[in-house]
Design a protein around this ligand. Structure first.
Ligand SMILES: Nc1ncnc2c1ncn2[C@@H]1O[C@H](COP(=O)(O)OP(=O)(O)OP(=O)(O)O)[C@@H](O)[C@H]1O
Ligand SMILES: [Mg+2]
Length: 320
């Protein structure tokens, strides 16, 4: 049954008995029906006056449109409301079948918390409508995923700005939580990380023109440089990877992050170790010895990329 928020009345027309819910009956595929059932476990996100009616509409009329992911979560695009004019929402369900990194327990709660904090700080993320112990309902952000875009320096900087603002909004107080136990006192401080810098986790929102991070499912407390290093790995390695343009974009990404963080030199010097570690991890995930070779060669290749960046900068005194 739909959990009631204190003081929030049940939306008129929402049945009490989950088994009679039209959304569940209308849904075609048994897999989608099972995923949609998670709607019943959700509580509206704050402010509940705004999100409760949307959750109620989803429960009443959601139809599964498309499976978006099934590797780390069951994520479906659904339409709530009448006909083609209904609202597009994304339901993400974590369970034991999708352990992800570090298991499913607490993931939905951590992701919901991060999305709310980022939205509050004005960082572009999908609006959270509802969440529960193992699932979240978010607005759909319409636009191309960043992985599929043509990469240039401007896009790399947009990503760096989003990641920096994310870390600033989710920074953790070094003394307050058990999560930070063992944290080192140097560097740029600790923060909740994106945790998965896969370029499919960022969408260029057509409505606002802003870059939007849509997946915080792997967030954990850590060193922000891990996200920066993984970001470089993703930019360089994504097909068509390892081109001069991609290396330039990775340097632009790290430099822009460094400028925002107040230390370009520190950030650029941290990239080789972090990106090498990410390539090494990718080599294991994909059983790809080439990735392991790149991991070994990365410090040398990074120095080369920095040199050609510096040379290009000298030739363009108006600056990059
Ligand atoms: N709110 C959203 N707006 C637009 N697209 C979304 C949204 N949520 C998810 N998607 C799309 O669905 C895909 C999968 O969603 P998400 O990344 O949250 O799930 P995941 O379990 O982490 O999957 P993956 O293993 O693909 O990263 C995204 O890469 C993106 O293309
Ligand atoms: Mg994802």
């Amino acid at each position: 049954m739909l959990p009631q928020q204190p003081g929030v009345p049940r939306e008129p027309g929402v049945p009490e008995d989950p088994h009679t819910l039209p959304a569940l009956q209308a849904s075609q595929a048994p897999g989608a029906r099972k995923t949609l059932r998670a709607l019943l476990e959700l509580s509206p996100a704050p402010p509940a006056e705004a999100t409760q009616p949307l959750l109620a509409a989803a429960i009443k009329s959601a139809k599964a449109v498309l499976a978006l992911a099934e590797r780390k979560s069951d994520t479906i695009l659904l339409r709530a409301g009448a006909g083609d004019h209904g609202m597009l929402l994304v339901l993400k369900v974590y369970d034991e079948a999708h352990p992800g990194q570090g298991g499913s327990v607490g993931r939905a709660g951590r992701e919901a918390d991060a999305l709310l904090r980022l939205a509050q700080a004005g960082v572009c993320v999908p609006g959270l409508i509802a969440s529960g112990e193992r699932a979240l309902l978010r607005r759909y952000v319409e636009g191309p995923i960043v992985r599929d875009l043509h990469w240039d320096v401007a896009l790399a900087r947009q990503l760096a700005e989003w990641v920096f603002r994310c870390h600033a909004a989710l920074a953790v107080d070094m003394v307050d939580t058990a999560e930070t136990a063992g944290a080192d006192a140097h560097g740029l401080g600790r923060s909740w990380l994106v945790g998965d810098m896969n370029l499919g986790n960022f969408v260029l929102d057509v409505a606002s023109g802003r870059l939007c991070g849509i997946d915080l499912g792997d967030t954990r407390v850590g060193d922000p440089m891990d996200d920066v290093g993984e970001g470089c790995m993703r930019i360089i390695g994504r097909r068509p990877g390892f081109t001069a343009d991609r290396w330039e974009c990775a340097v632009a990404f790290a430099s822009c992050y460094g400028r925002l963080a107040g230390s370009v030199e520190y950030v650029l010097s941290e990239v080789p170790m972090r990106a090498s570690a990410s390539f090494r991890q990718m080599a294991v995930w994909r059983s790809d010895p080439f990735m392991a070779e790149v991991a070994d060669a990365f410090p040398f290749l990074w120095d080369e990329a920095l040199l050609s960046w510096a040379r290009a900068k000298q030739q363009e005194p108006s600056g990059r």
